[in-house]
Design a protein. Structure first.
Length: 191
C-alpha cells in the first residue's frame, strides 16, 4: 500500500507537467472556491480516500468530530439529490487538505473567472489527459473502487471493508448494495 501511495504523486505530477502549457492562462486564484462550493461529484479512488482518511486521523479531535458530522450531512444531501459544498472547504475558502487533494480537484481549472452562468472552461486536450490520468489511477488501485469523496470515505470507515481493502483482497460483493445505490465504480476490469 505504501508503494501504491507513493505512485499517486507520480501520476499527479505527470498530469501537471503534461498539461502545464495548456493551463498557463488559468483564471483560478487563491480564494476562489467555485468548484468546491458548487461541487458536482468529486470522484476519487479508494487509494486517494485512504490517504485523505489518514490525514483526517492526524487532525485535532474537535476538527475530526466536526468533519464527521459535516460528511454525514453531506451524504444525506447527496442521497436526496442535492449538491452540497465540500466538507473540506473552510470558511476562508481554502481547502483543508490542499496538499493531498484528490485528482478530481487537481484536474479542474478554468480559462475564465467562473460564476453560476459561466461554469469552468477547460481545454478539451486537458480533459483527454485527465481521462487518461483517471484510468492510470484506477489501474493503480486495482482492488479499489471509485466514487464521490464522501461515499468512499464512508466505505473506508466500515471495518469489514477497510480490512478487506488493506489486506489487498477484492470482494466486490461486500459493497454491492451500497455501490449500486451510490454509483460506485469497480476500478479493475472484471472478467
Ligand atoms: S477536497 Fe479541497 S479542492 Fe477538492 S473540492 Fe474539497 S475543498 Fe475543494
Amino acid at each position: 500500500m505504501k508503494e501504491k501511495l507513493a505512485k499517486l504523486d507520480k501520476i499527479y505530477t505527470r498530469f501537471e507537467t503534461d498539461s502545464k502549457e495548456l493551463t498557463q492562462g488559468r483564471a483560478c486564484n487563491k480564494g476562489c472556491s467555485f468548484c468546491c462550493s458548487a461541487a458536482g461529484s468529486i470522484d476519487i479512488t479508494t487509494l486517494e480516500g485512504l490517504r485523505i482518511r489518514r490525514a483526517m486521523e492526524k487532525m485535532p479531535k474537535p476538527r475530526q468530530t466536526t468533519l464527521t458530522k459535516a460528511f454525514r450531512r453531506e451524504i444525506k444531501k447527496r442521497e436526496a439529490g442535492t449538491e452540497a459544498p465540500c466538507p473540506f472547504l473552510m470558511k476562508n475558502k481554502a481547502c483543508m487538505i490542499y496538499e493531498i487533494r484528490p485528482f478530481s480537484c487537481r484536474r479542474i481549472y478554468s480559462a475564465h473567472v467562473c460564476d453560476t452562468d459561466n461554469p469552468p472552461a477547460v481545454s478539451r486536450k486537458v480533459m483527454d489527459m485527465a481521462a487518461d490520468t483517471i484510468k492510470a489511477l484506477q489501474k493503480l488501485d486495482d482492488t479499489g473502487y471509485s466514487g464521490h469523496l464522501s461515499f468512499i470515505l464512508y466505505m473506508l470507515s466500515v471495518p469489514a471493508f477497510f480490512e478487506t481493502y488493506m489486506g489487498g483482497d477484492f470482494k466486490p460483493e461486500e459493497i454491492m448494495d451500497f455501490g449500486k445505490s451510490h454509483r460506485i465504480v469497480i476500478n479493475c476490469k472484471m472478467g
